[in-house]
Design a protein. Structure first.
Length: 385
């Protein structure tokens, strides 16, 4: 047998068929992918609210929750009620001052007035349960201080503790347990911040300062309470008194507000209290400490609290409601017609949404807005209490 006869001749037609088959399969797969992409692109022309983003996990992360400016005015956002009108609101505050300046006496004074609901320095106080963590004191010193300031007055709404765990440890659980047991808690005072702060290797950076306050703010916001963290000031004076707070700007940056107590002379009973906060007007109060009771009295305030000017729109609603049995319900269009206003119904609803709290606080009018398949419905009722 010759060598030529032993050699196998390749079947070129079979190889060509395989290549054509593979190419055909590839083309079919490509067509499917293109078809799927076309469906995605075509869907983008539909209402974006009806598009199922979950079916196409393109981004690989949670989408931002956003609200447009128009949507912002379509809802009522209730404000948190103050603890002391014009002075103390819910959230986290830093109260700073030099050591042995009388901070703890002022904290005791705040705690007592809030727990009894009695006015303080001509400010209206809203009664609530108070927890005071006096972590630099013992019970004997607390007893002596409260007796000197308020005598033997009975008070079942003010609680003290002279020990607590650290932030990031079990402090949050301890505070949560107290709030769960005392559901009317409105204020927690931690005296001092340093006693509950745990920072390894003394690493007091902006990030750690911000984080420590953010943890306390998260707890305060979740439970709708006010929390005051007593802290110290640095020795160096500053034109802006809030720059005297010991630590970085991370402390004040994460807090909702701050108080800074400063004396011109340590031996003097006079002091100045600077106040700044997100939800309140900046203030400067001149205080004087009673040498017998050690209670801080208000001498004067540098500026009067700003008050919103009268609103003719809200006045008109209040007067009209009083003349109509103090209650009304219907559509925004019906209310525009009843009040004879030159407003679009949607604009009226938005103005009511923005002023819902003011309607209640100043006019005792309860405003509600609901939407159904029949459209939006507004209800107004005036409390006679």
């Amino acid at each position: 047998m010759s060598l030529q006869n032993e050699m196998t001749v390749p079947d070129l037609s079979a190889a060509t068929d395989k290549e054509q088959s593979s190419q055909s399969t590839l083309n079919e797969d490509t067509d499917d992918i293109i078809h799927q992409n076309e469906e995605i692109i075509n869907n983008s022309d539909e209402d974006i609210d009806d598009f199922d983003f979950g079916a196409y996990d393109t981004w690989g992360y949670d989408r931002l929750s956003t609200v447009s400016m128009s949507e912002l005015f379509e809802n009522v956002y209730r404000s948190k009620p103050p603890i002391i009108d014009g002075l103390l609101y819910r959230g986290v505050y830093i109260f700073a001052g030099a050591p042995k300046l009388g901070k703890s006496f002022l904290m005791s004074q705040l705690a007592y007035h809030i727990s009894t609901g009695t006015s303080m320095w001509n400010y209206t106080v809203h009664k609530g349960t108070v927890l005071y963590l006096a972590l630099e004191d013992d019970l004997r010193r607390l007893q002596e201080r409260m007796y000197r300031m308020f005598g033997t007055a009975q008070n079942e709404n003010l609680y003290f503790s002279v020990s607590a765990d650290k932030i990031g440890g079990s402090l949050e659980d301890q505070l949560a347990g107290f709030v769960a047991e005392h559901t009317k808690t409105s204020l927690i005072i931690i005296d001092t911040l340093q006693k509950v702060r745990e920072c390894k290797n003394d690493n007091y950076s902006y990030a750690s300062d911000y984080d420590i306050i953010a943890k306390m703010k998260s707890f305060a916001d979740k439970n709708c309470i006010c929390m005051i963290l007593v802290h110290h000031t640095r020795k160096q004076d500053a034109n802006d008194k809030f720059d005297m707070i010991s630590g970085t700007n991370g402390l004040l940056g994460a807090a909702d507000g701050a108080f800074v107590l400063v004396k011109e002379k340590r031996t003097s009973n006079a002091a100045v209290l600077d106040i700044s906060g997100r939800d309140q007007q900046d203030q400067k109060l001149y205080l004087n400490r009673n040498p017998d009771t050690l209670i801080w009295d208000l001498d004067k305030a540098e500026t009067e609290l700003w008050k919103e000017p009268p609103d003719p729109f809200l006045d008109r609603i209040s007067d009209w409601l009083s003349a109509n049995e103090n209650k009304w319900s219907g559509s925004p269009t019906g209310l525009v017609q009843a009040l004879d206003l030159e407003l679009k119904p949607n604009t009226l609803t938005q103005k009511l949404n923005v002023n819902a709290d003011r309607l209640f606080n100043e006019y005792k009018i309860i405003y509600k807005s609901t939407r159904s398949h029949e459209g939006r419905k507004i209800s107004l009722s005036k409390s006679l209490a």
